[in-house]
Structure formats: structure tokens, C-alpha cells
Design a protein around this ligand. Structure first.
Ligand code: PHE
Length: 475
């Protein structure tokens, strides 16, 4: 395809793909899922899922994208015919829904960043009710210092920043933004870990996080580990196909995919290494227990309390740094999500990138409103009758998780039955002439042909049943 923008080289691609992978999934979701699933044992299951199941699929997706050189829909259609194009569309649609709720949570983090750094958030006395008010009342909250607390405004701003970056194109927008934000993110994270490890009782947190207790292993741990691994690596919805399509033939895909997986996993790992010492410090300080299992609000309710304990100056610096870290992580992911949809419209419908970006951003923002209003503002969205009384945001996020694992299973079927493993291997040989005779090739081929589709198929069906009829009924 003529005149298609592309990454400038290996570093640009790796940073952008790692930026897509590193996100709220690593810093918000991974720690709370680990907290709920026994800490170290969850980490272990997660690592197995990443390297056994996800890595080969990542290699496959990038190869599909680079071979076809088109957006997700176009790539499947080019390599497998119109029927497979549906899988591309399915992924693009999943991406639209992910971005719709993701942007809401990113808006919360952005609001916390502004209100800790420049507002009065650290003067609150009850962070659970603060968070409840913040997510519930989406328009009216006004802080004493004049900074708005409206999460409607924060998510709108977040979407505007995302659209602005994507509108600049691949090299001048996405690549540049990632080259700045990714190193900054690592620096902030390492700084925060260094600090967290010096706090009293930090080692109890490290133990909880690193010493597995096998009696905590449950089927739920496996479900959560798998869905988290897929979400975290941005797999199963065409994101890496799209990024792969901007990659040059002289780049080594298996090694890039390994670096991306390690970069992503290390951020999740380090987030746990920062959060659990902080959480155990708080438990010690306030003489309470069970903080680690707080669930989705973990970072919004527990962490501000910790920053408050640090005093007004240090708390503002550490708290501001922490929420800035989350904003950077979220932004590198929202731009990749929006790029999937933009690439589709630009490639397939020859629309102008600049225009399409703003239209899509607005539409997806509006699509996120029910998720935003489901946190208490609208009772019928807060307790969905058809979804066992859970809220709409949880429902959408669960449906997206299911689409990603199912999508991963279908990617394997596509490669094996339609595109053919031998064509994938030819593609992977470009930029890596030793690949053909390597053990890695044998493993990736075996995993994509047998292990991944079978395990992902079974687990996806079990997860669907679990979501709709409940685990108690299932087992
Ligand atoms: N991987 C991102 C995260 O961990 C989320 C994401 C999913 C981004 C799918 C793009 C595509 O936060």
C-alpha cells in the first residue's frame, strides 16, 4: 500500500507495542487481581499464561500484520478471504468497547493526579466515600481549591489527548509519545519501588507477593490469570496486527515479541512490588487486615490513604508521581486502541486520518457514558438484572475479556487452517534467518497448532459459563 506511514525502526515499534501492552492492566488491574487471588500464586499462573499461551499468539499476530501490511480487517481479508475479515471486524469492535470503559478509568486516574498534585485530595478523611462520590456524581463535584472533580471532564480530556496524538500519525504521534512516556514510566515506577521498600512492614508485602501458597490455587485464579495475560499484552483484538503492519521486513519478530512480553510483564511485576509493600505498610500503621483484597478500587481508595500518611509534601510528590505513572501507562494504551480503529477507516475507507480520529474519539467517548454512569449515578446500570446484579462497566469489561481470549483462539485457527503455518514461518524468517531451524520455531508452531487453540477454547467457554451462571453452579 503506497504512502503508508510506518515505524522508524526496531526501537520505535518495540516501544509503541510495549506501550500498548503496558497500561491500566498492569498498574490498576494486575495488583488488585493478584491481591484477590493469593498474591504469589497468581503471579505464577500469570507468568505461565504469558509465556506458554500468549507469546506464540503475539508472534502470530505481528506476523499476520506485517505480511499483509494492512489494518486488522484488511489483513485477515487479504490472507484468508472475506469470511475471515469478520474476525478482524470482531476485534475492532471489541477494541471500541475496551476503549469506551478504559477511558473512563483513565479519567479517574487523571482526576486523582490533578487533585493530589494541585488540589486538596490528601486532606480527605474517608477515601472509600470520596471515591464513591467521585465515580458516582460525574458532573457536579467541586473541590475547595477550585479544581473540578468531575470525572466526565477528566475522561473527555483524556480522550482529547489520545485523539491529538493519534492524529499526528505513526512516527510523529504514536512513536514520539511512546519514546517520551515509556522511559518516564519506568523511572517513576522504579523510584516508587525504591521508596516503598524502605517503609516499615514492607517485607511482609514482598513475602505475600513472592512466596506462593499453593493452597490458594483455585480455578478462578487460572481464569483471572489468563484473561489478565491477554488483556495486558493487548492480544486477540487486532492491535498487534495493526502495529505489525507498520513494521519493516528486516525486523526480527520473535525477538521483538519477546522484548515486548518481558517489558509488559516486568511493569506488572514491578507494580506488584510497589503496591504490596505500600499496602502492608498501611495495614501495619493502621493495625488493620485484608487491604490487599480491596478489588478494583485498590489504588483509588488504599493508595491515597498511604500518601496521606506520608505527610503533605512527600505525599503530594509520591501520590502525584504514582497517578502520573498511571496516566502515562493508560495513554500509551488508549492511543494504540484508537489506532486500530483509525487504521481500519483510513486503510479500508480511504478517510483522512485527521478527521477520522476526532469523529471516532467523540463516538467512543459517548459510548463510554453508560459505563461512567454505572458507578452509582443510574441505579439500573449499577445493578444489571441480566448480569447477576453487577454494574455495566464490569459487564463490558468482562465481555471484552471473553472476546480477547476467544479472539486468541481464532487467531490460531486462522493461522493453522487458512493462512498455514508454513506461510507464517516464511514471514518470521525475514529479519531472522536462523529461525527456520530453531527450537523456537518448533515450539511456536506446536503451541499455535495444539496448545493455544485447545486450552483457549476450553477456558473461553468455561469463562463464559462462569460469567453468566456463576462458578458455584459450574464446579
Ligand atoms: N494492554 C492494555 C493494558 O494492559 C490494554 C489493552 C488491551 C490495550 C487491548 C490495547 C488493546 O492496560
Amino acid at each position: 500500500m503506497a504512502n503508508r506511514d510506518g515505524f522508524s525502526g526496531k526501537l520505535g515499534f518495540i516501544l509503541a507495542a510495549a506501550g500498548s501492552a503496558v497500561g491500566l492492566g498492569n498498574i490498576w488491574r494486575f495488583p488488585y487481581l493478584a491481591g484477590q487471588n493469593g498474591g504469589a500464586i497468581f503471579l505464577l499462573v500469570y507468568l505461565i499464561c504469558i509465556f506458554l499461551l500468549c507469546y506464540p499468539i503475539m508472534v502470530g499476530e505481528i506476523a499476520i500484520g506485517r505480511s499483509a501490511g494492512r489494518d486488522a480487517y484488511g489483513s485477515y481479508t487479504k490472507l484468508g478471504g472475506k469470511r475471515w475479515g469478520l474476525l478482524g471486524l470482531f476485534g475492532i469492535l471489541a477494541g471500541v468497547f475496551i476503549l469506551s470503559f478504559y477511558n473512563v478509568v483513565a479519567g479517574w486516574a487523571f482526576g486523582y493526579f490533578l487533585n493530589i498534585s494541585f488540589g486538596d485530595l490528601l486532606n480527605e478523611s474517608d477515601y472509600a466515600s470520596y471515591f464513591g462520590g467521585f465515580v458516582n456524581d460525574i458532573v457536579n463535584l467541586k473541590s475547595a481549591e477550585g479544581i473540578t472533580k468531575s470525572n466526565l471532564i477528566f475522561s473527555l480530556l483524556f480522550m482529547v489527548i489520545t485523539a491529538f496524538i493519534v492524529g499526528q500519525g505513526i512516527q510523529k504521534g504514536i512513536e514520539l509519545a511512546n519514546k517520551i512516556m515509556m522511559p518516564a514510566l519506568y523511572l517513576i515506577l522504579l523510584g516508587l519501588i525504591g521508596y516503598a521498600l524502605t517503609l516499615p512492614n514492607a517485607m511482609a508485602g514482598v513475602r505475600f507477593y513472592l512466596v506462593p501458597d499453593f493452597s490458594e490455587l483455585r480455578i478462578q485464579t487460572v481464569f483471572d490469570g489468563l484473561k489478565q495475560a491477554f488483556f495486558s499484552l493487548s492480544l486477540g483484538m487486532g492491535c498487534l496486527i495493526t502495529y505489525g503492519s507498520y513494521l519493516n521486513k528486516d525486523q526480527n519478530i520473535p525477538s521483538s515479541a519477546a522484548i515486548i512480553s518481558i517489558a509488559d510483564t516486568s511493569v506488572a511485576f514491578f507494580s506488584g512490588l510497589m503496591i504490596f509493600p505500600l499496602v502492608h505498610f498501611l495495614q501495619y500503621k493502621l493495625q488493620i487486615t485484608g487491604v490487599a483484597t480491596a478489588g478494583p478500587p485498590l489504588i483509588f481508595i488504599v493508595l491515597p490513604q498511604i500518601f496521606q500518611e506520608m505527610g503533605p509534601v512527600l505525599g503530594r510528590i509520591m501520590g502525584g508521581a504514582f497517578f502520573l505513572l498511571i496516566c502515562f501507562a493508560a495513554l500509551t494504551s488508549t492511543i494504540s486502541l484508537l489506532e486500530v480503529h483509525v487504521a481500519y477507516l483510513v486503510d479500508q475507507h480511504k478517510m483522512s486520518r485527521k478527521r477520522v480520529v476526532w469523529i471516532l474519539a467523540l463516538l467512543i467517548f459517548v459510548l463510554g457514558l453508560p459505563s461512567m454512569m454505572s458507578q452509582g449515578m443510574v441505579p439500573s446500570l449499577n445493578k444489571l438484572l441480566f448480569y447477576r446484579g453487577q454494574d455495566f462497566l464490569t459487564f463490558i469489561s468482562d465481555m471484552c475479556d471473553i472476546s480477547l481470549t476467544l479472539g486468541g483462539c481464532l487467531v490460531c485457527i486462522f493461522v493453522v487452517r487458512t493462512w498455514k503455518i508454513k506461510n507464517m514461518n516464511v514471514e518470521l524468517n525475514y529479519g531472522n534467518s536462523n529461525y527456520q531451524n530453531s527450537f523456537l520455531r518448533t515450539y511456536i508452531n506446536f503451541a499455535i497448532t495444539y496448545i493455544c487453540p485447545v486450552l483457549l477454547g476450553i477456558l473461553s467457554v468455561l469463562i463464559i459459563l462462569e460469567k453468566f451462571i456463576g462458578l458455584e453452579v459450574l464446579f
